[in-house]
Design a protein around this ligand. Sequence first.
Ligand code: HEM
Ligand SMILES: CC(C)=CCC/C(C)=C/CC/C(C)=C/COP(=O)(O)OP(=O)(O)O
Length: 302
Amino acid sequence: MSTQAVNVHSAGWRDYYELTKPRVVMLMILTSVIGMLLATPGMVPLDVLILGNLGIALCAGAAATVNHVVDRHIDVKMARTNNRPVARGRVEPQKALGFALFLGCIGMTILLGFINALTAWLTLFSLLGYAVIYTMFLKRATPQNIVIGGLAGAAPPLLGWVAVTGDIHGHGLLLALIIFAWTPPHFWALAVHRRDEYAKAEIPMLPITHGEHYTKVHILLYTFMLLAVSLLPFATAMLGWIYLLGAVILGLGFLYWAVEMLRGKNPKAGMETFKYSIIYLMALFCIMLLDHYLVALPTSGV
Ligand code: HEM
Ligand SMILES: CC(C)=CCC/C(C)=C/CC/C(C)=C/COP(=O)(O)OP(=O)(O)O
């Protein structure tokens, strides 16, 4: 049997793992872990840390799996996604949906049984926000799809916060707001780079409906907004000087790439901006943690 035939007909655990969009979920979990640690001056109880993040990750993986099923006819048309397990036929849609249901039920049971109801319901809203509202409706309907859909992806640090404290605090919301402002430059940079593929799949992403220049201007505007929003944890005394310095340097780096895109002289700028966006978010949240333990807690007298 040829390798191609094996690829097409047999599903392995790797295919099921891929359905969960593991690298995206890992970054989300980094933000929810940090959301938990920022929520308290003390140490987060180990069961909340482990079970809370497990529950959130399983629900995010369930949402990602539904996205693979719903988008299979689109995914098969784009080079970036055409080897995905459901699009390629290695995993049948019903089996993938069963897998999503399994992950979602375990995730919700963990959150309801061991964390708290508010975290569980907010996680379910995020799951449905991405799997149903974004994937089934917004993605196909409007170039603002990812701006609105970004609310679901922005939730993890807030979910982490609520898992620890049991209520929604302004500081937790601020963390989600940062990811909300980050999502458009994160995604549109890639969409500019992959414009032709989205056009082929007839998805109304901003570079297709409004053109590349318009998209690049909006990337720059959102990057300014992101820089401003990222200063709020300092302005509200949630975090201190180390964070301020980190947020400014990382934000200026993002602005550099957004301007590079707009100048249009560097053909790799779109992909570089996309890659930078991931490093940016990872680094920003790590610096929050550093600041929390080195500056914010010691000066608050805890
Ligand atoms: C509606 C919101 C979002 C949209 C539309 C979006 C879009 C995308 C797309 C299309 C890719 C695929 C790039 C590729 O396959 O080359 C991607 C990759 C990625 N995204 Fe997002 N994203 C969103 C939100 C998020 C959030 C909230 C996070 C984490 C907090 C995140 C983290 C990542 C990471 C880590 C990757 C790289 C994955 C890899 O290397 O396989 N994204 N994003
Ligand atoms: C419970 C919880 C926290 C839920 C969050 C769910 C989640 C995994 C969101 C991911 C966001 C994302 C990768 C969007 C891209 O989808 P796309 O379909 O536009 O991109 P694609 O073409 O790569 O599939």
